[in-house]
Design a protein. Structure first.
Length: 334
């Protein structure tokens, strides 16, 4: 059972959203560490220079994380922060990256907890070293027990339920939920929520999200084998674009809808190839996670009172409202 009140969380999300400042830069994901924060946002802090480590479970080449990093870099530029980014999809390796940040005596750490058990010991070490840690994107059900100050992200189970209810409205009967990383808590929660909210049949299909040809062939075979599937649910924009091709290759009449958004997916919604997307606003997650550490270090602030997460989604992007998002997607911030 979650230990926060929904009204408090939603209020926090609204207040936090008002803090968002404009700013973006162009870079791509990767395992190695690098510094950022050179692109100026609106205004700039005159507080002493800080160093913040941003450590994620991003897989190489996954463009979703570009949006996270752009938001983080905008906040870093505004707050006079040296931002050090690193990532690794392997939980143990990600924990090692957090340990590296502790060894470097950074002023704050923002991390994703896709595999919470792997983060427990290293977050405790950060706290013991006096380094504040905030969570974002993955680990909503675990951030408090891990000892983090705050959390910024989407309630994936609730988002999944809302997704399922929308499929009911559209008349879907048999959905396959494509999970690109088995055991990743946020992805599993999405499909669990879908199953709870959808009145039709739901089954999970596990694929290797780092191998798109394999994703395509696995999903194509599934659709050819089970002609009753009328809805493909994907959990990331690149997987969704691949799913569109799988549907065509299989000669299936299934529709495709997805979680998460990028520039290509906006175009696919506009063309009707994809029904809709759930946007968790990754730019906002990166921005708020970094800005929160500055606020804590400079003024002792922490959002949600340490008990409620800041919710950044779900927001549905459909053909009816996609044009309002398209201009931001072109800039690489949605």
């Amino acid at each position: 059972m979650r230990r926060y009140h929904r009204s408090a969380a939603l209020t926090t999300a609204v207040l936090a959203g008002a803090l968002l400042a404009a700013g973006c830069s162009s870079d791509s994901g990767g395992k190695q560490s690098e510094t950022g924060g050179t692109d100026a946002a609106a205004g700039k802090a005159t507080t002493p220079r800080m160093t913040v480590a941003l450590v994620t479970h991003a897989a190489p080449g996954d463009t979703f994380w570009d949006l996270i990093r752009k938001g983080a870099k905008a906040a870093a530029a505004k707050d006079n922060i040296k931002l050090v980014y690193s990532s690794d999809p392997v939980a143990g390796n990600q924990a090692n990256l957090v340990q590296n940040a502790i060894d470097q005596k950074v002023d704050g750490i923002a991390l994703t907890a896709a595999k919470p058990d792997a983060m427990k010991a290293v977050v405790a070490k950060a706290k013991a070293a006096g380094i504040p840690v905030v969570g974002f994107n993955s680990g909503l059900d675990n951030w408090q027990e891990l000892g983090m100050l705050e959390y910024f992200g989407q309630d994936e189970n609730i988002a999944g339920q809302a997704f399922g209810e929308r499929l009911d409205q559209q008349g879907a009967k048999h959905a396959v939920c494509v999970i690109q990383e088995q055991g990743q808590v946020a992805l599993e929660a999405r499909c669990a929520g879908l199953k709870k909210g959808f009145k039709g049949t739901t089954e999970n299909l596990y694929v290797n999200g780092t191998d798109m040809p394999s994703v395509k062939s696995t999903l194509t075979a599934k659709l050819q084998k089970e002609s009753t599937i009328d809805q493909v649910v994907t959990l990331g924009a690149p997987i969704a674009m691949t799913a569109v091709q799988s549907v065509k290759d299989a000669g299936s009449k299934a529709e495709v809808a997805t979680f998460d958004l990028n520039k290509d997916l906006v175009g696919a919604i506009q063309s009707g190839d994809i029904q809709f997307a759930v946007d968790q606003q990754p730019y906002l997650q990166g921005y708020l996670a970094v800005d929160a550490l500055w606020l804590y270090r400079t003024n002792g602030n922490f959002s949600g009172g340490g008990t409620a997460p800041v919710l950044t989604g779900p927001a549905f992007v459909t053909k009816d409202n996609v044009d309002s998002v398209a201009e931001f997607a072109k800039k690489g911030t949605r």
